[in-house]
Design a protein around this ligand. Structure first.
Ligand code: MG
Length: 290
């Protein structure tokens, strides 16, 4: 079964997926106040700290976002020198009341835990925002690792990207290439989830399987469209219901002893499938520390 586009990402003829790469904001959750607050804070930063006239910031924000991937990337590319920690503090963690805006999402946790593939966050946001959001939603241990602003920039710098004059972020194709290389998988072995059509299209153009989250309409560049991540089990049951894989969350098979559950675990292509662990089947990966 697929939603939106056919065939689905796991259609025959495609390489078996080895890694899930998942965006954070507006993908793992959707709370309309958050992007509104962030956008307002970005514009406040541009006025207060960069001296951009108030009547220019709205248009400039959109223009830079569209041209460079994020407003921050656009500001840096057009010559502004920005303290990245100060920026992220101002627009994200210093502006968002995570406990009020976000809620635990045990059903999404259950879905993620039911997918016996390594899962990684790929976000343009910074580490603190990512960690706080995941912690509030109860999803922190659903992922083997995270690619966020700071460690993506370190990764980029180590591969010759001029981080003094540019920000590497989605939808720049280079970010997907670096992440795949870091994870030791081919781009066609990645399933990438994002709410941005251009992020999805960019990854799709490189050969990733792509899922657009936040829409039920077919989208160029998306192999699949999902209204929310909660629709994943119905849309891609094959991703969750892999025979022989064992999960702590779903270990109550009547009449079966726990040892038998463990015996059902089969190695994945990239490592052992660890029974009873939400994030236990990861690829050994060394993402640069932030
Ligand atoms: Mg997003």
């Amino acid at each position: 079964m697929t939603v939106g586009n056919a065939p689905g990402p796991l259609a025959k003829g495609r390489p078996a997926p080895r890694v899930l790469l998942v965006d954070l904001d507006d993908t793992l959750y959707r709370v309309h106040q958050i992007p509104a607050i962030v956008k307002q804070r970005i514009q406040e930063y541009m006025v207060k700290k960069l001296g951009i006239p108030q009547d220019e910031v709205a248009a400039k924000t959109t223009e830079l976002y569209l041209a460079y991937g994020t407003t921050l990337a656009g500001l840096v590319a057009t010559g502004y020198r920005i303290d990245y920690d100060d920026w992220h503090e101002f627009v994200h963690q210093g502006a968002l009341d995570y406990d009020t805006l976000l809620q635990p999402d045990p059903s999404l946790r259950d879905i993620l835990c039911s997918i016996d593939l390594p899962k990684y966050i790929l976000t343009n946001a910074n580490r603190v925002h990512t960690e706080r959001a995941l912690a509030r939603m109860g999803l922190s241990d659903c992922f083997q690792g995270m690619f966020y602003f700071e460690n993506v920039m370190e990764l980029a710098a180590s591969h010759g990207f001029d981080v003094a004059h540019g920000v590497l972020c989605k939808p720049n194709p280079r970010i997907y290439q670096l992440v795949a290389e870091q994870l030791g998988v081919g781009l066609s072995e990645i399933i990438f989830f994002d709410d941005s059509t251009r992020n999805v299209a960019s990854a799709h153009g490189l050969g990733c399987m792509t899922v657009l989250v936040g829409s039920d309409k077919p989208c160029p560049g998306a192999d699949l469209s999902l209204p929310t991540m909660h629709d994943l089990p119905a849309a891609m049951p094959e991703l969750l219901d892999q025979p022989g894989l064992v999960h702590e969350h779903h270990s109550s098979i009547p009449g079966m002893a726990q040892e038998q559950h463990a015996a059902l675990a089969v190695p994945t292509a990239v490592g052992g499938a660890a029974a009873g662990s939400c994030n236990g089947s990861g690829i050994a990966v060394s993402v640069p520390a932030s």
